[in-house]
Design a protein. Structure first.
Length: 114
């Protein structure tokens, strides 16, 4: 049943070849750069959040697992909630100075944005 997942083949045209085997392109694994080569920008955002402020960390180059691990570390050390997805970390509240200091202590090249 696992190889008959129709959702993965939505864009495929029907084939009359009985020996046809649909293959998917392998996902590229992004190598995570070491912390000293990462250039992170720490900004604040208020758009589309009902007036609430969030701290955004942008510029992370690496896998989603490493991004999630860094996001969890920052959330725990700041004592707030947040999320890590789509290449950026969102921390609830205006914690730009604290997040920048934490990232620099961990060895990242972090700059405070706006």
């Amino acid at each position: 049943m696992a190889d008959n997942d129709w959702k993965k083949r939505l864009g495929v045209v029907y084939s009359t070849n009985p020996d046809f085997q649909y293959t998917q392109a392998a996902e590229e694994v992004v190598q995570t750069l070491p912390p000293e080569r990462q250039r992170l920008i720490v900004t604040i955002d208020r758009r589309a959040r009902a007036g609430k402020q969030v701290t955004l960390v942008k510029g992370f180059v690496g896998s989603e697992a490493d991004l999630a691990a860094l996001g969890k570390t920052l959330k725990v050390k700041c004592g707030v909630g947040g999320t890590a997805k789509d290449g950026e970390i969102t921390i609830q509240g205006d914690l730009r100075d604290k997040v920048t200091a934490l990232l620099q202590q961990m060895g990242y090249q972090a700059k405070r944005g706006n």
